[in-house]
Design a protein around this ligand. Structure first.
Ligand SMILES: C[S@@+](CC[C@H](N)C(=O)[O-])C[C@H]1O[C@@H](n2cnc3c(N)ncnc32)[C@H](O)[C@@H]1O
Length: 392
């Protein structure tokens, strides 16, 4: 595909996504209907769409939409303007290219005079929550969320040392280096798309996991011989990290068992055993219970940018109610003297500190040992973890 054809495809896709369709689904459907597009084309178009979703408000503004819902064309005009690309070359009107620019599209406003939420690509109603949680760092964090996130790997110490993992990856032309946020975390600087086909990955020496996610797991006290329950296990990222860290017996649970289907192949690759269990199969108590609750995801919006625009005050309230309910459900399953690890990938107090305050008021048998908020300024996704100890 020519660069202009790729641009036309991105405009078409953004129109679909802006009408409410999930971006991943829209991209898959588009690829099915346009088989002539090669993998490089699909990648370029995907990058256009996801970059635009990260910077939707500022690109819409630069594309002339003001604060109204933009068209795909306006968003892409804004994106190209923001990146200093010559618009006339791409909007040439030739075959497969978008229509030439109109006079109005040649006279668009700069970003300087735009409101703060537009400049920082954040819905206005969320700005006070970012300010409350991050203070003077709020703008820098929000600016960071406008950037693409890196690919991180976790070295599985059961299969390889950090040095060995880096060498194995290098054999497949993948360049990775230790990342300071967490011991055993690697940041991939070249060849990220080849990771899933690499020997290091297929042999279980590395697993894909954000460095922030690894760091919060490393905050949990864990000892050989303990029983561990990952109560909101999903695809098992945290459960796997725990099983690889110590000789513990790990049980994974999720209200939606279908979300756990990758746990078996992932744990087999990693050389560990994880038992998946429905509510009726859970033991009464565990030494360590992890509650990685559903949340707004506000710490990981550079990875999942559509969620930033989809969140509503009603949904956030609903999420905080679910979080409190999960905390109440797991509290009795923590052994006396045991630990409850509460975690979110959110930066908002209402999902983090406020949840802990409410929980301690309802469950005075717990006390806080450690609290940590990781922000995207540390180089990875944002996460919150609170380690709560139950009295003996
Ligand atoms: C943040 S995701 C978990 C991610 C996972 N721990 C990981 O590291 O890959 C939250 C999970 O909580 C599950 N969930 C939601 N409500 C729940 C509940 N009441 N009990 C158990 N799991 C729940 C969701 O199905 C979802 O898979």
């Amino acid at each position: 595909m020519t660069p202009t054809a790729r641009l036309s495809a991105a405009i078409e896709l953004l129109d679909t996504v802006l009408s409410g369709v999930n971006a991943e689904r829209a991209l898959t459907n588009w690829a099915r209907g346009n088989r002539y597009a090669g993998s490089k084309d699909r990648r370029a178009i995907r990058d256009y769409v996801f970059d635009a979703l990260r910077c939707l408000r500022s690109y819409a503004w630069l594309g002339g939409a003001g604060e109204a819902t933009p068209t795909g064309r306006q968003v892409m005009i804004g994106a190209l303007r923001a990146n200093g690309v010559d618009l006339d070359t791409l909007f040439s009107g030739e075959r497969f290219s978008p229509e030439p620019l109109t006079d109005a599209e040649r006279d668009l406003p700069p970003l300087d005079g735009a409101p703060r939420g537009v400049r920082l690509d954040t819905p206005d109603w969320l700005l006070p929550m970012f300010d409350a949680a991050l203070g003077a760092e709020a703008d820098a964090v929000l600016a960071k969320c406008r950037e693409r996130s890196a690919v991180f790997l976790r070295v599985n110490r059961r299969k390889a040392t950090v040095k060995q993992a880096i060498e194995m990856l290098a054999d497949d032309d993948i360049v990775a280096a230790p990342h300071g946020l967490s011991e055993g975390a690697l940041i991939v600087t070249k060849g990220a798309r080849a990771v899933a086909r690499s020997l290091a990955y297929l042999d279980g020496a590395v697993e894909v996991q954000d460095a922030g996610s690894q760091a919060i797991i490393n905050t949990l006290p864990i000892e050989d011989g303990q029983s561990v329950l990952d109560y909101c296990a999903g695809g098992g990222g945290k459960a796997l990290a725990l099983a690889c860290k110590a000789d513990v017996s790990v049980t994974a649970h999720d209200i939606d068992p279908s979300r756990m289907q990758d746990i078996a192949p992932r744990s087999e690759r990693a050389g560990v055993t994880i038992r998946t269990a429905g509510a009726a199969q859970l033991d009464d108590i565990y030494d360590l219970v992890v509650a990685d609750v559903p949340c707004s995801g506000s710490g990981s919006w550079s990875r999942a940018p559509q969620a930033k625009w989809a969140l509503t005050p009603e949904r956030l309230t609903e999420l905080t109610e679910i979080q409190a309910q999960i905390l109440d459900e797991v509290a009795p399953r923590v052994a006396k003297g045991g630990v409850l690890g509460y975690m979110t990938c959110s930066l908002f107090e209402v999902e983090n500190g406020d949840q802990i305050t409410g929980f301690l008021a309802r469950h005075p048998e717990f006390s806080v040992e450690v609290t940590r908020l990781i922000t995207p300024l540390e180089g990875a996704d944002g996460f919150f973890v609170c380690v709560l100890r139950k009295s003996a």
